[in-house]
Design a binder for this molecule. Structure first.
Ligand code: FAD
Length: 331
């Protein structure tokens, strides 16, 4: 980080705000920042000891506008604008890197899905195109050539550090007047005349006419406090990190072929040289149990080596979330 944190530790006894946000993750922290920037008095409450300690710190950092839904494409194009300009605007290094995304096809099924989506994506202004096999190999020379048909390439997408990002959103929000209370768990939201009025935690009571539910995996539980049932069902994904190696890969590679045990599989090389990889488990691992599973590494290793045989000897340093060192070879 280029600049130091706030010099004066804030002591705030204030209990009444315009808005209370529950959750200081990658949704709550930028929301607080932009509300504070707009002059709205804002309190963020989180049960953890600091920002980004929920799902946000487990994310592998991919930031893409390559989606199939117009609202997501537009929102994420705006996100990319913010992430890519952050260092220039505020001076903090959040490890933003514009490596692009490539969704690859080895079968006609995936080629058709991706090409059909391209029409939608391009119609919403996304900078994305189709690369045939040889063009794709110029961008990603280490992809397994056997059966490769081609893939999409969206050079504007990228990645950034989830923890650094939530931290700078938090710090910038503090500078603009947002208040944060950590180590406080919201247990009740009371209403008056059909409107939210108070947020009760294990350490205090705060008032606001507007409460934003940014509680991530806890969102359903928070919504129930005002009698709403929002269909947020958390499911766990696992990720792994290899040893650092010399740069060889620019874009995030996404393989949407379903195989037994997983749906999407995606990986990229971080600026520090490590390959960071992740799968979407199928069937989903529903719930909030974030311990790593014994099946993850053998499963993902096969997918990684199959796509990039060159990686067969790379060592995996750790997998989420326990941070256990594995030092296991992939192939
Ligand atoms: C392995 C992995 C890889 C991922 N990769 C990517 C990726 O490449 N790109 C991407 O965009 N996304 C990725 N994600 C998803 C991403 O991490 C989440 O979508 C995102 O972090 C959700 O942010 P959030 O702010 O909604 O939730 P969280 O970060 O979980 O924040 C919610 C906060 O609410 C707090 N909270 C909940 N209930 C209460 C309560 N009652 N009282 C007080 N506080 C409460 C929690 O303590 C928590 O800090 C990945 C996720 C995983 C697990």
């Amino acid at each position: 980080m280029s600049s130091a944190g706030p010099k004066v530790k804030k002591v705030h006894n204030r209990t009444t705000y315009d808005v209370i946000i529950i959750g200081a993750g990658s949704v709550g922290t930028p929301t607080a920042l932009y509300l504070a920037e707009a002059g709205v008095s804002t309190l963020v409450i989180d049960r953890c000891a600091s920002v980004g300690q929920g799902a946000s710190k487990a994310a592998i950092g991919g930031i893409r506008a390559t989606h199939s839904d117009a609202a997501k494409i537009r929102t994420c194009l705006k996100s990319i604008e913010i992430f890519s300009q952050w260092e220039e605007r505020y001076g903090d290094d959040i490890e933003w890197s514009r490596g692009g995304y490539s969704f690859i096809a080895y079968r006609e099924r995936e080629e058709k899905i991706l090409k059909d989506l391209l029409v939608v994506q391009q119609s919403y202004g996304l900078d994305i195109g189709w690369l045939d096999r040889d063009e794709l190999l110029e961008v990603v020379p280490d992809l397994n050539r056997d059966g490769l048909i081609g893939g999409t390439y969206s050079p504007g997408d990228g990645s950034a550090s989830p923890l650094l990002s939530t931290y700078v959103f938090y710090r910038q929000g503090l500078k603009l007047g947002a208040d944060y209370r950590f180590n406080e768990s919201v247990s009740e939201i009371t209403r008056e005349n059909g409107r939210v009025r108070r947020v009760v935690t294990d350490r205090g009571t705060y008032e606001a006419p507007v409460v934003i539910n940014a509680a991530g995996a806890g969102a359903r539980e928070v919504a129930r406090m005002v009698g709403l049932d929002v269909p947020v069902v958390p499911d766990s994904h696992e990720a792994g990190v290899t040893e650092p190696v010399a740069p060889f890969l620019k874009p995030m590679i996404v393989d949407i072929r379903p195989v037994e045990g997983s749906a999407n599989y995606y990986f990229y090389q971080h600026a520090t040289g490590q390959v960071i990889f992740c799968v979407t488990p199928d069937p989903p691992i529903v719930g909030t149990d974030r311990r790593e599973t014994s099946g993850f590494l053998p499963h993902i290793s096969r997918r990684l080596v199959d796509l990039m045989p060159r990686l067969r000897s790379i060592k995996v340093r750790r997998s989420h979330d326990t941070g256990r060192l594995t030092h296991r070879r992939l192939g």
